[in-house]
Design a protein around this ligand. Structure first.
Ligand code: SAJ
Length: 438
């Protein structure tokens, strides 16, 4: 039998051993799902703490219950290690490593390069390598393939390589690994077919495309679509402000259109580990083809204007109380980058806090999902509990994140004035004169 036939059979009958590099919010759910459908899965992470928790059947990712890990451990289907020599035992190796931006806001490929080097050292005939990390078109063929080809194996015959973007939406109640369709692009048709055969065992729909670059571009397109549409509604907010129009009324009215429209809402800025960052992976690569991704650059500029727009709203709100920002106490409600989660990466709260502090305000933060948080300089901030006393002592309250746990009736009743960047108070009827929407 050929290496292709051997691996294809092992993928279908679940005797293939799977390796997943990176036990984060993408890798751990994938490890658990692959184990659940019957594969033996080895998770690779440099964190001894994460590996120990997985091997003890204890989860640290909300989407993966500890009970699932414990059951998989009891069945000896999963294990975690920092020993990358075990990669040689894996028939499939999936890379789920971070792809952040560096200080110059260019792609930081160091995690991918490190994983590639570990795999290349141990690459053997019959292995399939899949990159899932969001990255610029060309990464799989330009960064991974040369390292693997250097081992002297023939791609598509002796080893196999593909890209399949992760689409995990942390904390989503409706979409988990098994019901998020997968896009697959292999370097050769055999690579595509084996990768499709693998994911067909673990997700409910697989779409194949003609190359890894097409799959890499697909993922960026998905997230750039969101980024530019959020920027559009943020720009509309600033225009409506000048015209004295209520942008939320306009959005609600536009959303009555049953086709050809998709609702996005303004906010204090763009947070998260995907949407603000992914577009710059494409902009960076496009420049190498002498084309500027103007939409992406413009969207980034507009989204980055929102914290200052919030500051303007606060100035207006305090002005209505005959107060200056300087010397005021301002309470920010919400640190997380979106509602009902504790993730605050790239959260706009940091820029809003910085601007108000520069104006001389004392700023306190409440977030029911966080007791403390760190800024980019690794300074730790403690959040404060939301109480009537705190609200009453504030000269202005700003809703940054529309967590469901907040009692918006209480907030409006107790606060002197509220700047609501999410229209979270839409259902509050009393004291509406205290509310300033974006
Ligand atoms: N935001 C707005 N207005 C909107 C939507 C979002 O200001 O109309 C802000 C959010 O407050 C947040 C940022 O944009 O600060 C990003 O929000 P997001 O809803 O896009 O959430 P993310 O960053 O968790 O995006 C993830 C992405 N998932 C993957 O990349 C696999 C994205 O593709 C999903 O569409 C999104 O989750 C989702 O729908 O929840």
């Amino acid at each position: 039998m050929t290496y292709f036939e051997t691996l294809h059979t092992a993928l279908i009958n679940k005797t293939a051993k799977i390796g997943v590099i990176g036990m984060g919010y993408v890798g751990l759910p994938l490890l658990a799902r692959a184990g659940r459908v019957g594969y033996h899965v080895i998770g690779f992470d440099i964190s001894a703490e994460r590996n120990a928790m997985i091997n003890d059947g204890v989860s640290y990712i909300g989407d993966v219950p500890s009970s699932d890990l414990a059951a998989l451990r009891a069945d000896q289907r999963i294990e975690a290690t920092a020993d990358f020599t075990h990669l040689s035992a894996c028939d499939v190796v999936v890379i789920c490593m971070p792809t952040p931006l560096n200080a110059a806001r260019d792609p930081d490929m160091s995690y991918i390069e490190a994983a590639t080097a570990e795999i290349a050292q141990r690459l053997r005939p019959g292995q399939l390598v899949i990159l899932e990390s969001t990255t610029y078109p060309g990464t799989t063929v330009e960064v991974l393939q040369p390292a693997f080809d250097a081992r002297g194996l023939a791609i598509g015959a002796e080893y196999f390589l593909a890209f399949s973007p992760e689409r995990i939406d942390p904390g989503s109640a409706n979409f988990q690994v098994h019901n998020i369709p997968k896009v697959v692009g292999g370097v050769t048709p055999a690579c595509t077919e084996l990768t499709s055969a693998f994911y067909t065992q673990i997700v409910n729909a697989v779409t194949t495309v003609s190359s890894p670059a097409a799959a890499e571009m697909t993922k960026l397109f998905e997230n750039i679509f969101r980024n530019v549409n959020i920027a559009l509604v943020n720009e509309l907010t600033m225009i409506c402000d000048r015209m004295g129009l209520n942008v939320w009324e306009v959005i609600d009215a536009a959303a009555t259109k049953p086709f050809g429209f998709m609702r996005f809402t303004p906010g204090p800025g763009l947070g998260g580990h995907c949407i603000p960052l992914d577009p710059f992976y494409l902009a960076w690569k496009a420049r190498q083809y002498d084309i500027s991704a103007r939409f992406i650059e413009l969207a980034g500029e507009i989204n980055m204007m929102m914290p200052r727009f919030v500051r303007e709203r606060v100035i207006q709100a305090l002005n209505s109380q005959q107060r200056s920002v300087n010397g005021s106490q301002i309470v920010l409600l919400g640190v997380a980058y979106k509602k009902d989660i504790d993730d605050y990466r790239e959260s706009p709260v940091f820029k809003v806090m910085e601007l108000l502090q520069e104006d001389g305000a004392t700023v306190l933060c409440c977030d029911p999902h966080l007791t403390s948080f760190f800024d980019h300089h690794n300074h730790e901030f403690q959040t404060v509990p939301l109480t009537d006393e705190l609200l009453g002592s504030a000269n202005c309250v700003v809703i940054i994140t529309d967590h469901s746990a907040f009692d918006y009736e209480q907030i409006v009743a107790q606060a002197a004035v509220v700047v609501d960047t999410r229209n979270a108070t839409r259902n509050v009827t009393a004291s509406r004169e205290k509310i300033r929407l974006l």
